[in-house]
Design a protein around this ligand. Sequence first.
Ligand code: SF4
Length: 496
Amino acid sequence: MKIYIKGIDDERFHRPLRLIGNLFFEETELCFSEGDASLEAEFFIEDNGENVKIKGILRVDGKEYAASKDQQIAADLEGKDRLRVVKNTLSYVYLTILQEYTGIIQKWGILTGIRPTKLYHKKRREGMSEQDIHKMFKEEYLLSDEKIDLMKQIVNRQLQTVPDLDTLSNEVSIYIGIPFCPTKCAYCTFPAYAINGRQGSVTSFLGGLHYEMREIGNWLKRTGIKITTVYYGGGTPTSITAEEMDMLYEEMVTSFPDVEKIREITVEAGRPDTITKEKLDILNKWKIDRISINPQSYIQGTLKAIGRHHTVEETIEKFKLAREMGMNNINMDLIIGLPGEGIEEFDYSLAESAKLMPESLTVHTLSFKRASEMTKNKHKYKVASREEISVMMDHAVKWTKDHGYAPYYLYRQKNILGNLENVGYALEGQDSIYNIMIMEEQQTIIGIGCGAASKFVHPETMKITHFANPKDPKSYNDGFKHYTEEKIKILEELFV
Ligand code: SF4
């Protein structure tokens, strides 16, 4: 969709205009001359230092839709903070006219590219009351009451699970990335290389991983910095052999400080076709207390269409096996809006989940990530309409509530169907602490292994620095020592 934008010369406003446009139309292109644009949006900005007034008019097919907003700007706001207020005002006006024109109401208002609950926590820490936060989100960000209440519920639940959330910046969590999977799923953009025939590369990758774990562990021991949680993701960390898993967890226990005091260790066992009795024995041996077994859907045709070469029966069978073997904190993921699925199929997956009752259920909404096979061949995949997606989300909310689950974290992504969200639900006391830590960005997450992104949070200023290990095993194997050194350098700057 090409949109002719008038009255906005400052390039810093182009991004918010594009982001808001993308909530309504696929791939918005802004243009600054009339050309062959389908819509015309004109803006008038008056900024007198204390006040900014923005008026917007959308012209289409001879009709006009107009909105305006008058926003006071606090005298002490400068630079980026002041610019943010002006950008938000522009987004507010643009969203309002687009909502009026399309008839689509955006439940998340102008919140794009921001972690909603992180912003909620920030306002809470600044001393705002729940009522004032509600008012702010509703009036300044145009959020629906439903989404504000969801955030409030999540924030309160997180504080119940991690009462010291606000003071955990002096500890770290660790993410360990293992980049192999049995096959690649169509919607996936994670580092996930088909494991078959790559045994040589797996062995050298694990050599680098053990090295990183040892070095990072030594640094933590030396500095006395505690680990809050550890998370093994990827890929599918249970794609490697039971013996390799055994050696890996032994390395963790030897290298990391005070492993018995770590609050939670999760291993994603996402693909049921990687789970065996032998591997579950290893997880038990090393007291791994949380795993994830992901059905995504209980419809066999869907699994085939998205390239997951396992059966629905296998998911159920492996879940039961894990239960029998004593795994008592199992997460399962479902995805709303998988190709070919509508309300009926999603309801079926919820009904099947009721038979298993995992401790937590993460409900994702399908997102078309740029690099995925699904996005590259979008025409091949038929997905549900915006209205159907919204009904499925409502069914997930009702189902989880009826079955004793509560939402405890959420995140939103670009190009997510229906502009909705991904929500983690858990039974009482079963929330994943790692998921809370990664979403709320209250402490450093050290990423180790392939594709592992580190997020360094300064313990006082909370400023975030990113660092990414390479995604492919070959580059990782060539440079793991260098990546380890770089991370330790950043850690030294932050903590020592
Ligand atoms: S199992 Fe997960 S990581 Fe592996 S290919 Fe599928 S979505 Fe990607």
